[in-house]
Unconditional design. Structure first.
Length: 125
């Protein structure tokens, strides 16, 4: 999954990429590459129709939305103020961020709870 995320981030650069990882019983099951409806180098938004399809697919498979991933094209792989605000209603326990600002990819994982960002060990397959 990590290779897929990195390829997605590089392919969409200079715009941010975004996607979702589903899980069952705390284990990652599937990755959904999504379109950044903003098509922007400084932000991302899921297309509402695409997100509804993905969410229904996850729910129908008895999985949970587990990780939201996206890239930062000009800054480090760390949640922005916008990411932190969005996390309050997004319902994802984990965030994976990729920075594509350098030739070497920077990948980090976080939890964001009540505005508090905590880095966690990245364990994607």
């Amino acid at each position: 999954m990590l290779d897929t995320i990195l390829a997605h981030a590089r392919r969409d650069h200079p715009d941010e990429c975004c996607g979702v990882i589903a899980a069952r019983d705390g284990e990652a099951t599937r990755l959904f590459e999504m379109e950044n409806a903003e098509r922007s180098p400084t932000g991302f938004t899921f297309d509402s129709a695409e997100w509804l399809r993905v969410y229904r697919d996850i729910d129908d498979a008895d999985e949970q939305p587990w990780v939201v991933y996206h890239s930062h094209t000009m800054t480090e792989a760390y949640p922005s103020r916008t990411d932190i605000r969005w996390s309050e209603t997004a319902g994802f326990p984990y965030w994976v961020l990729v920075s594509t600002r350098e030739e070497t990819d920077e990948v980090r994982a976080f939890t964001i709870t009540a505005g508090e960002v905590t880095e966690v060990e990245l364990q994607l397959t």
